[in-house]
Design a protein around this ligand. Sequence first.
Ligand SMILES: [Zn+2]
Length: 422
Amino acid sequence: MLLATFVIGSLTAQDIHTIINAQEVERIEKILSSDDMQGRATFSPGIEKAADFISNEFKEAGLQTLNNSGTYRQAFTMIQSKPISATGTFDGQPIAPEHIIPVTSQSELTVGSSSGYEKAFIRAGSNFSMEALKYLQGNKNYLVLVDTSFAKNFPRIARFTRQQFKSDRSLIFVLTTVDPGEYSISIKQEVRESKLANVVGILPGKSKKDEYLIFSAHYDHLGIGKPNEKNDSIYNGANDDASGSTAVIMLAKYFSRLGNNERTLVFATFTAEEIGEFGSQYFSRQFDPLKVVAMFNIEMIGTESKWGTNSAYITGYDKSDMGKILEKNLEGSRFTFYPDPYPQQQLFYRSDNATLARQGVPAHTISTSKMDSEKYYHTPGDEIGTLDMNNMAQIISAIAISSTSMVAGKDTPSRVDTQQLR
Ligand SMILES: [Zn+2]
């Protein structure tokens, strides 16, 4: 009697099932994967509904907003561009329009020798993609001279940058063998701006406020598309990745009730994963990577793993010792986490953990998805009826338990050696 009275009001870790259980999983999953959300496509009204719902859940969980912004929506702007014209000269000689690719948020831009653009080169024999990426992700205005031996790769820049973050920075790529003294290039393009938003909330740490632990998933999916044989055209994405988003919401509620996190916990659901991981890229850039202790990204945990119930895998297992810490915390429980059994699929690089991992953060994805036989993956059949609510609740509990020593500020996983990444 007395003992029962004594523990009321405070939640012990053993009471985890009072917060994380199959009924609650089902309640959240039902809403996120409903036809009403129309498959949560980026830029659609459906995803706005999902963002409202998640914001509301974060509020109920008692999360604070990031940087006291007053909203759980972490908004940013993307631009989509369509070329109209490109003209230019190198030392008075005209450049073929198809040899000019601008990467800019401006609808009109003229760049000349005196514009202060730094000249950069992608020379014959170098790694084209890596070089191009280096300048695209840099922080200067560039005139990038691409050797004509890359004539075949060159148009990929335009495809790759059709969708980009709004930026004050511009680059002009030119396919050429010339290193011009004098030059002038003018471009015109149609530019459309769209607003997107991640949904982010935090629980500030008690003693280690400046050390962040991130729990994340993407809440966007594919929207409405090609109908299947049942004439269903809504890609509900119940597993991909409403299941991960459900986990993030439930972990937020669990840790908020527990109320003893020494490190700051960040709960993030990302937009635009399916069209290029833009949400997580934007999110990741708002943090000093050195302050991010670890990231638990959660992707597709709605079905049993290849080992059956109560088990999941960690992508990029050998890239840090985070997996070992999780295993240690799970010792004595009924849960097992394994290294990713599908290394040939490069899952480590294919989800929202990748941006922070490339900056050295132990950022891994936890999943149960059978990537070689997940029947409803990216089909309209990815619906709540195909998911195992009980197992999902178990996996979410397992993630909570596996993080215990890191939440308490006791364990710090080793950093990812970015030199070893492909
Ligand atoms: Zn997907």
